[in-house]
Every structure is written in C-alpha cells, then in structure tokens.
Design a protein around this ligand. Sequence first.
Ligand code: SF4
Length: 338
Amino acid sequence: MAETGALLDVKDLRVSFKTYGGRVRAVRDVSFHVDAGECVAVVGESGCGKSVTAKAILRLIEGPQGSIDGGSIRFEGSDLMALTENQMQQVRGSRISMIFQDPMTSLNPTMTIGKQIAEVMMKHQKISRREAQEKTVEYLKLVGIANPLKRFREYPDSLSGGMRQRVVIAIAMCMNPKLLIADEPTTALDVTIQAQILELMQSLQKSFGTAIVLITHDLGVVANMARRVLVFYAGKIVEEGLARDIFYRPGHPYTYALLCSMPKLNSQERERVSSIEGAPPDLFAPPEGCSFAARCPYAMALCKAQPPEIALGEGHKAACWLNHPGMPFEQKPEWMRG
Ligand code: SF4
C-alpha cells in the first residue's frame, strides 16, 4: 500500500533470478510502506521473498543472475532506483543499516571490533580517528558490552555469538540510521540471548526513533516488538495488518497456519504444534490463482483465480476469497467468523 509521507514506500516490486532451470520470480508485485520510527515485521517461511525484498531495498540484488524487474522504492522521498552506486553506498550504512542472521558474515575476522566500528564512522562522518574511537567505546557501552575499552582491542572470534551480534548492532546504529533492516537477527542465537538482543533493538528503536523492518520466520519473535506485520507467501504479501489483528483476527489461512505452528509457552499441557503440510509453489511458474491453494484446507474452485486484496479493517487486508463480501458465512472457517 503506497502511503504519502512514509519513510519507506515500496510499490509493485518485482525481483527475479535467472537459473539453469529458468527465471525464478522471487518477489511478485510487492507493495508496502514503513513509517518513521515504527517496527514492521515481515514473516513467512524460507524462500518466500522476505530477504530478497530487503536486499532489493538496499539494491544488493546481484546481477547478472538477479534483477529488479519493476516497481519503485522510495526512501525519505527519494527514488532509490534512480541513485548511482556511489549515492547508494552513502545510503547504505548511514541512512539504512542492515543486520544479518550470522554476525560472523558481517564482521571482519582480521580486524579488531573497535576498529570496525570506528572505520564506519570515519567513512561516513568527517571526524578524527580519536573522536571515532571515543564514540566507538560509547556505542559498545550502549549495546551492553561490558568492559568496552578492553573489548575494543579484541577480534570477533574472542566474543560469544550474542556479543558479536551486539557489535553488529553497534555498527548498524553508530550512524544513527533512519531505518534498520534486521534479517533473522536472532535465529543463530540461543533463546535467552535472543530475548536480550530483541530487547536491545527495541530500546535502541525507542531512544533513536529508528524504524525497524524485522524479518523472521518466527511469529513468536514479533509478538512484543512489531506494530505492524506483513505476511509473505510465495513472493507476495498475502496479509498485512496491525500485530494485534494478525494475532487475534487473522484473515488468511496461511497466517492462521503460521499461528497454529507457534509453540504456546504458557500452556499447562504439552500441546501438539501443527506444521504446515506441503511445500510452497514452484516460483519458476507460479500458479495463476491463489499461491496457497495446494496447501489450503479451504481451497475451492474459485481459488483458481487470483484472490484480490480485501480490506478487513483499518490497515488490515488479506488476499483470500474467503473474505469476499459475497462469501456465505457458513462457508467460512470457524476461526474467521469472529
Ligand atoms: Fe485458501 Fe482459496 Fe483463500 Fe487461497 S483464496 S487461501 S486457496 S481459501
């Protein structure tokens, strides 16, 4: 949905990759926006187009195999697709930062962590080495690294996974970006550390007013953090809404299946967690109708046609025929009847 004045406004984005088997249509006409200071979660199974969308925003789709085939990406009112590579390098790291799942892929193992943070500041700001070093120590403190002066001189391999991710967050935040894209930032960490990293990101979001796009396959991770949620399936957004609508009034069978696959931590009994049967469609030749039809327990003849996005409330919409106003009430699943 295009929003005038949004910090980030993505419209009709299409990304594909050329492979030996043909062209994979990884992102298919995706539109969404992110407002300044808000946290938007992007959820869905692996291969649904979440990470490719994030890379496309930063123009990190590698050619010649990968290409952005259409659509627009506007950030702070500028068309990112129209920027030169040099201008884009200024945007990356200073206006938009990205955190990846494995901190070791973002850190240089041959450089001390202090130097890595200081160099980012020196590259983007006109400050001296000494100033950059002082600020680095402040950022290490801010992200909860004890004994920052000592840690400054250490190499990434001497830190635990959680500490390394804190360093990556310090690098991402040291330029005070307007938007932070976090791609599965806690997946490689154990549960206790996951909670600490999410708490840290939340507190930095509040203090700096940074907007966050949080990419995850785990709806549980977004429960306390995201204001809005985008549900991706087979390269498309199938549902979008405020987190409370997605959790309590889902409007798409895929969202409902994701919710059912979440373990219930407060349950007294050990409940069976249902998994989603089947596999996503082949994105070489995506189906013409609803992409979820082959796995959907409610699929009907009508689903051979592409379902339109149907508004379910303010900012809440889902692409499923079951929401059509003409759909008989009795035909809707119980969880949809409200
Ligand atoms: Fe299921 Fe049809 Fe809705 Fe697709 S449109 S999710 S197949 S009911």
